[in-house]
Design a binder for this molecule. Sequence first.
Ligand SMILES: C[C@H](CCC(=O)NCCS(=O)(=O)O)[C@H]1CC[C@H]2[C@@H]3[C@H](O)C[C@@H]4C[C@H](O)CC[C@]4(C)[C@H]3C[C@H](O)[C@]12C
Length: 326
Amino acid sequence: MCTSATYKTNDFYFGRTLDYEFSYGEVVAITPRNYPINFHFIGEVKNHYAMIGMAHIANDYPLYYDAVNEKGLGMAGLNFVGNAKYYDVDEDKENVAQYEFINYILSQCASVKEAKEKLKNINITATQFNDNYPLAQLHYIIADKESCIVVETMEDGMHIYDNKVGVLTNNPPFPQQMFMLNNYMGLSPKQPENTFSQNEKLDFTQYSRGMGALGLPGDLSSASRFARVAFVKMNSKSSPEENSSVSQFFHILNSVDQQRGCCEVAEGKYEITIYTSCCNCDKGIYYYTTYDNHQITAIDMHKENLDSDTLVSYPLITTENIKYQN
Ligand SMILES: C[C@H](CCC(=O)NCCS(=O)(=O)O)[C@H]1CC[C@H]2[C@@H]3[C@H](O)C[C@@H]4C[C@H](O)CC[C@]4(C)[C@H]3C[C@H](O)[C@]12C
């Protein structure tokens, strides 16, 4: 399972959790403006927007899971198994292989508005990167500080949805996830009012704090994580400075953190939150934590030469650094 969210204070933040039972070996990768991106159908594009994000690098090519470009546009792919469908080549459209969709949008578009325009003419093809990499079955969240959309390519074609809550998890399709939020409209961060009985008033006690959100699901299913992260995000408060915003962003995604042992996907195999990311889209700073490294690590794309033609990558720091106070 995975969860993605946006958050706005003084700056705009975009990130995700990546939950899985094994890692593909990911790094934080910066694609500078002049790195030649060899698109499968379109050919080589030499100048484009620079981007930073989490990727698996194969043959010096960044296979992004999530990334943000220098214009502040963010995009992430989350599992959509059983529903995602990619298509045969369509000569009348701009063909983009599934594995290069993030690279294509972020290298070409400065905003969600521009991405929406591009999407009108894009056909996502069922093309593998190579035989070692099966097609990932994903749906996508694309966001900037103004708006957010979800892209789902399914049996009946490509769907583009406006995403007012700015979150995405996995199955079912986005409209169903949004519909299920109706079930939680009675929840509140405030203590509940006693409206239980209209006939004879029953004397109830607010015996605990947090009772306004009783009924918010706590399990790890995708629909429950959708509701939980939406509630946490839509009620989040932090001061607008960087550290406080980043801290709050990690708190939002930590509300759907997956602990080893709670989600068994095969005999003895457990899905865990492999990493959690938060990118300041305005400043191009990519923050992350990993399952065994709770210290926030940051990589600033603007500290690299963004006019270069060479990929830059940082291996993840994956071990805990505990600060002893005595
Ligand atoms: C497994 C990851 C998604 C995690 C997720 O959503 N888990 C939820 C599980 S479930 O629904 O609840 O069952 C996805 C996200 C991005 C994917 C990667 C990116 O798409 C980049 C390449 C694409 C290649 O086609 C396959 C390898 C790959 C390197 C992908 C491997 C894998 O499918 C990744 C890492």
